[in-house]
Design a protein around this ligand. Structure first.
Ligand code: ZN
Ligand code: ZN
Length: 137
């Protein structure tokens, strides 16, 4: 049985991963805000070579302010759901948009990035590791 599975709003794109998720993170970057149409992305990292995708997501490329490497934002061309992002400089991981998971009950983010562009009414708990921008810079 897959460790993790999910699908887009219309069901054209579905995925399963046999690997345990590596981490759950909140990203407040402006691109995630715009892509999701809301205030942040909640993402779950899984090894990309353990991820099986049904259907063909469309890919939109953005360039991060800090990373100097593209982010490939996979989404469903039919219903528009963001499915996952792959960062070109760490492309062994897929960052799944957690809202597409079938089971969200276990989600517990341990990391927040791009807190500099977080909405002021969103305060991370003190125990959560928080980075003002990308953790790699
Ligand atoms: Zn869809
Ligand atoms: Zn982001």
């Amino acid at each position: 049985m897959a460790k993790l599975d999910g699908h887009c709003l219309c069901g054209q794109i579905a995925y399963t991963s046999d690997a345990e998720p590596i981490m759950t993170a909140v990203c407040h970057c402006a691109d995630c805000q715009r892509q999701t149409g809301t205030t942040f992305s909640l993402v779950v990292a899984v090894p990309r070579n353990q991820l099986r995708i049904q259907g063909t997501p469309k890919v939109f490329q953005t360039m991060g302010d800090d990373r100097g490497a593209p982010a490939y934002r996979h989404f469903c061309a039919d219903c528009g759901s963001p499915i996952m992002s792959v960062l070109a400089d760490i492309d062994e991981l897929a960052w799944i948009k957690a809202g597409t998971l079938n089971d969200k009950s276990w989600l517990n983010p341990t990391l927040e990035v791009w807190a500099d562009s977080a909405q002021p009414w969103l305060q991370a708990p003190a125990e959560r590791r928080t980075f003002p921008r990308s953790p790699t810079t």
